[in-house]
Design a protein around this ligand. Structure first.
Ligand SMILES: *[C@@H]1O[C@H](CO)[C@@H](O)[C@H](O)[C@H]1NC(C)=O
Ligand SMILES: *[C@@H]1O[C@H](CO)[C@@H](O)[C@H](O)[C@H]1NC(C)=O
Ligand SMILES: *[C@@H]1O[C@H](CO)[C@@H](O)[C@H](O)[C@H]1NC(C)=O
Ligand SMILES: *[C@@H]1O[C@H](CO)[C@@H](O)[C@H](O)[C@H]1NC(C)=O
Ligand SMILES: *[C@@H]1O[C@H](CO)[C@@H](O)[C@H](O)[C@H]1NC(C)=O
Ligand SMILES: *[C@@H]1O[C@H](CO)[C@@H](O)[C@H](O)[C@H]1NC(C)=O
Ligand SMILES: *[C@@H]1O[C@H](CO)[C@@H](O)[C@H](O)[C@H]1NC(C)=O
Ligand SMILES: *[C@@H]1O[C@H](CO)[C@@H](O)[C@H](O)[C@H]1NC(C)=O
Ligand SMILES: *[C@@H]1O[C@H](CO)[C@@H](O)[C@H](O)[C@H]1NC(C)=O
Length: 449
């Protein structure tokens, strides 16, 4: 227990249901699909956050750089693709486009995107640049190159307070470079700093708070995770401290790799990481956790779920207690029935949801204290190699398509947010989507207060 949690408890005392982040769960966006914005960057504009990342539906093969928007960091609307596959060239079939990052140029009024551009065997090791007139619109691809003839793989962009742009990029033979961008952000000018540490750090992410720069990154272990590290300095060009861990040592950054660090306000900063699934990259999940930043010290604890409430001033909040409803306690129709499930609570689940016999389960009499947006967690099982979907109806709201990634027979989590109404009268109906089978529902967890 630390000060952070004590603070949280005080803030959480007035009863409220909550929008929660559940790291590692299936996160369904407005299009009914698990978010496809891996290796993402973020940009905020007028209270809206844009998440820009890789569509990994076809593994490492480039399909799209996707853009999603949200005002609460929990509910994500799929807006569209900034870049999509074309017939040939850098964005053609079988190409690699990773870690897209966008910064806005105040002078040219352009959004400028940089990404790691590569061939399918990662032998080209270049950066590519594209520009757009609106943050989530179509971007115009300008081309690719190696900065100063150097290898460039994992990378990020950083826009400083004075408007200067920087590229931070991993060059295995030489080290991690910080290059200054030209005024239009289309190219690099000089090298600002080289970490004299060849081959040690990738997945860079940089933020600045109170005049101090914080650079995060991972060690080089491919798609496998490791204990990620950070360093601080008052200047980008000198004085960087030794690399230190920030998450529990041995947790391998809670099984994730840094992609971005978001400084929200003086009380809050957030770590955004990818939990890669190397043999099925589209099922990779998102590990977002609060960062405790205190001068040069940064720490990060694990939370199964937490509330990144952007309207609360004191910090992030712990998740309220929840009501756990067993799937098998529901009322069945169609082909749905109790099934045994070894990893499930009570050894049972609601099975045969959807399918040719249109199975469904209805859970009713669910209590919440306030009528507000809230995040529902499904503990489920999906033994297929493909994603299953359910058509989920909360009270009188229109049905929502919810994704349930393959769980390989284990029990995992999928979350979706909705408005429930104060009282004991809430109902959730889980049906199949079209004619496919839905997931086996172990439990449904509903935040109570
Ligand atoms: C944040 O970390 C500092 C040490 O760096 C510690 O003293 C403090 O209690 C932590 N605060 C929270 C809110 O966890
Ligand atoms: C956010 O925090 C404020 C202030 O503590 C609270 O009134 C509000 O209900 C919270 N909102 C959500 C969505 O949790
Ligand atoms: C998907 O990847 C496979 C190779 O894994 C490739 O043959 C196919 O063309 C890709 N599809 C698209 C649309 O790029
Ligand atoms: C990588 O692929 C390119 C074609 O894109 C080929 O020319 C090159 O020999 C390959 N390199 C290795 C190391 O396999
Ligand atoms: C790579 O970067 C270093 C400085 O970090 C520079 O000395 C070198 O000339 C660059 N180019 C190549 C091809 O190594
Ligand atoms: C980037 O700058 C270098 C050095 O000034 C120049 O040679 C190169 O053509 C520029 N690249 C682009 C894409 O403008
Ligand atoms: C719900 O509460 C149970 C304990 O009752 C806890 O194990 C679980 O993590 C909670 N889940 C959520 C999503 O809050
Ligand atoms: C399913 O299992 C639950 C818990 O054992 C039991 O209460 C319920 O009656 C069963 N439902 C059916 C339809 O058999
Ligand atoms: C979703 O559920 C609603 C309400 O039962 C139904 O009208 C609709 O056809 C379902 N949609 C799909 C795609 O299964």
């Amino acid at each position: 227990m630390n000060l952070f949690l004590v603070l949280l408890a005080a803030v959480a005392s007035p009863a409220f249901a909550a929008l929660e982040l559940v790291p590692g769960a299936t996160w369904t966006a407005s299009n009914g699909e698990h978010l496809q914005a891996h290796g993402a960057g973020f940009i905020e504009e007028d209270g809206t956050y844009y998440m820009i990342g890789e569509d990994k539906t076809n593994g490492t093969n480039f399909l799209n750089v996707n853009c999603y928007s949200s005002s609460d960091l929990v509910q994500w609307k799929y807006v569209g693709a900034l870049l999509s596959q074309v017939d040939s060239g850098d964005l053609g079939p079988g190409r690699v486009v990773e870690r897209p990052k966008v910064i806005y140029n105040d002078d040219t009024k352009e959004y400028v995107l940089w990404a790691h551009i590569d061939s399918s065997n990662y032998s080209e090791a270049k950066v590519g640049v594209a520009t757009g007139n609106s943050v989530c619109g179509k971007y115009n691809y300008l081309g690719s190159f190696q900065p100063k003839g150097n290898v460039s793989r994992d990378m990020t962009l950083f826009k400083d307070d004075d408007g200067s742009g920087y590229l931070i990029t991993e060059d295995r033979p030489t080290g991690l470079h910080i290059y200054k961008l030209t005024d239009d952000y289309h190219n690099i000018t000089s090298e600002t700093y080289l970490f004299p540490d060849p081959g040690q750090i990738e997945a860079p992410a940089l933020m600045k708070r109170d005049g101090l720069y914080y650079l995060f990154g991972s060690r080089l272990t491919g798609w496998s995770d490791n204990d990620n590290v950070y360093t601080t300095s008052k200047s980008l060009s000198s004085g960087w401290a030794d690399w230190k861990t920030f998450a529990d040592v041995g947790s391998k950054t809670y099984s994730s790799q840094t992609t971005y660090v978001l400084s929200i306000d003086e009380n809050r900063a957030m770590y955004m990481g990818d939990r890669w699934v190397s043999d099925d990259l589209m099922t990779s999940s998102y590990i977002w956790l609060p960062l405790n930043v205190s001068g040069e010290d940064v720490t990060m604890e694990w939370y199964d779920q937490w509330v990144p409430n952007l309207t609360s001033e004191s910090g992030f909040q712990t998740a309220p207690s929840n009501t756990t409803i067993e799937g098998e306690s529901g009322k069945y129709s169609g082909g749905a029935k109790n099934i045994s499930c070894s990893g499930c609570s009570g050894g049972q689940a609601a099975g045969y949801i959807g399918g040719p016999d249109q199975g469904s389960v209805t859970l009713s009499g669910i209590e919440v204290k306030d009528s507000t947006a809230t995040t529902i967690t499904f503990q489920y099982r999906n033994g297929d190699s493909e994603t299953r979907y359910a058509n989920v109806t909360f009270n009188d709201s229109p049905p929502q398509k919810v994704s349930f990634l393959s769980t390989g027979g284990n029990v995992k989590r999928s979350v979706i947010s909705t408005e429930l109404k104060a009282g004991k009268d809430n109902t959730i109906i889980i049906e199949g989507y079209d004619t496919g089978y839905g997931p086996d529902i172990d439990t449904v967890e509903v935040p109570l207060e």
